[in-house]
Design a protein around this ligand. Structure first.
Ligand code: GSH
Length: 228
């Protein structure tokens, strides 16, 4: 398999973790990305294979799959062991709901936070109101996750795609100044549990190194990312 992946792409991070959890041999192709130009120029294979020209894109022989959630479904069909989806219709529906919530509900305010607190300020400066709204929305997501985790070690009892997707979003928010408050004990314990998994730890470390390289060597832009 080949994974077209972005060094700071949270949707790519979901897939990198899932591939590692399943122990699936693959080649990672890190697409060009820089602070100044983001994904421009887009990788030609990504443009050719995904009409939205976005990563992640997974290529498995003749099969091309894009959108991280679709890739999760494909990986589960392609290599069911170890499972990252629970058994039974109700549990699978819960897993899909929580996985989708990470992408569709957590990510939008997280993206505002990324733009207002991580990327260099745009001309005209920071948008304080947008930042505050993002922080409030993320705080509400944290409360929701705390409730979902009540009496559970993982979001769907066994570790699943819901944990992978949620971890990626929570960890990114925590890394840029919006960590879960200490009072949310179940969420903080879950975060520590997830970070202790080798697949997750490797992803966290690779991202940490990439971010450090970005700010340590601005002269190196455009950083086409030798990050795998
Ligand atoms: N729903 C998609 C979202 C993918 C996405 O937004 N990818 C971003 C990077 S995180 C991207 O490739 N952006 C480049 C662009 O839109 O030009 C998924 O889950 O894979």
């Amino acid at each position: 398999m080949k994974l077209y992946s972005g060094p700071l792409s949270l949707f790519s991070a979901k897939v990198r973790i899932a591939l590692a959890e399943k122990g699936i041999a693959h080649e990672t192709i890190s697409v060009p990305w820089s602070l100044a130009r983001r994904y421009e120029p887009h990788h030609p294979e990504v443009v050719a294979r995904n009409p939205k020209a976005q990563v992640p894109v997974l290529v498995d022989g003749d099969v091309t799959v894009y959108d991280s959630t679709q890739i999760f479904e494909y990986l589960e069909d392609r290599q069911p062991q170890p499972p990252l989806m629970p058994a039974g219709a109700a549990a699978r529906a819960r897993c899909r709901r929580l996985e989708a919530a990470a992408d569709e509900i957590f990510f939008p305010p997280l993206w505002s936070l990324v733009e207002e607190a991580f990327y260099p300020p745009r001309e005209g400066g920071r948008d304080g109101a947008r930042l505050a709204a993002a922080q409030a929305a993320i705080a509400a997501q944290y409360e929701g996750l705390e409730r979902e985790l009540a009496g559970r070690s993982w979001l769907c009892d066994a570790y699943s795609y819901a944990d992978v997707a949620s971890f990626v979003m929570v960890h990114a928010a925590a890394s840029i100044g919006a960590p879960p408050p200490p009072a949310l004990a179940a969420l903080n314990a879950w975060l520590a549990r997830a970070k202790a998994r080798p697949a997750v730890r490797a992803e966290v470390e690779a991202t940490r190194r990439f971010v450090a390289s970005l700010f340590a060597a601005p002269a190196a832009e455009p950083a086409a990312a030798a990050h795998a």
